[in-house]
Design a protein around this ligand. Structure first.
Ligand code: GRF
Length: 199
């Protein structure tokens, strides 16, 4: 399968997925990287077009480019912008995001970066984790596909919790991408997506 990865920041999830593709654990290839920032240092597609990034593409042009690259799945990995309706329509049931909490808790607009982990610690929750979900037109509300639990320790700082969650994110995203590329997503009658384990 042909994958597009969208990033805004550090890109560590992108690197672990790309590495797993290169090493052959995932039956797929990252064929294009999309970012809303200029400074990635490797060839990328810039999206969206804004006042600050006038070279960026419009949603319709991005869809055309992704079609040219024959992209099967879009993986959001720390991409902070809302995905426009044009893209959701063009890639229905094919766009995924990773979020660093156990959704539906600590998700939605305003819950990004360290804010998520600070809110988890302040709540007194003993467990956090990572969630991979289908992407719809809102932040963090699409169907949940996979989760991993991470303990919150008594004296955790947000940075320590973030690092512990991120290590699990890398494993989870590679596992889910592996399943995606092997067509192992099935839909329960009530609309809940499930990952079938390997025979
Ligand atoms: C991750 O914690 C991800 O869950 C969140 O943003 C962070 C991105 O990290 N959406 P990286 O860019 O993959 O290093």
């Amino acid at each position: 399968k042909r994958l597009a990865v969208f990033v805004s920041g550090g890109g560590s999830n992108f690197r672990s997925i790309n590495q797993a593709c290169i090493e052959g654990f995932v039956n797929g290839d990252v064929v294009v990287l999309v970012t809303n920032k200029h400074d990635k240092g490797i060839p990328v597609i810039l999206f969206p077009k804004t006042k600050d990034e006038p070279d960026g593409l419009s949603p319709d042009d991005l869809v055309k480019v992704l079609r040219e690259f024959e992209v099967d799945f879009i993986l959001l990995a720390g991409y902070l912008k809302l995905i426009p309706a044009e893209l959701i329509r063009a890639y229905s049931r094919s766009i995924f995001n990773i979020h660093p909490s156990l959704l539906p808790s600590f998700g939605g607009k305003g819950y990004y970066g360290m804010k998520v982990h600070k809110a988890v610690i302040a709540s007194g929750a003993r467990y956090s984790g990572a969630t991979i979900h289908f992407v719809d037109e809102h932040y963090d509300t699409g169907r949940i596909l996979a989760q991993k639990i991470v303990p919150v320790l008594a004296n955790d700082t947000a940075e320590e919790l973030a690092a512990r969650v991120l290590r699990e994110e890398h494993k989870l995203y590679v596992e889910v991408t592996t399943a995606l590329c092997e067509d192992r997503i099935v839909w329960r009658e009530d609309g809940v997506p499930l990952i079938q384990s390997k025979e």
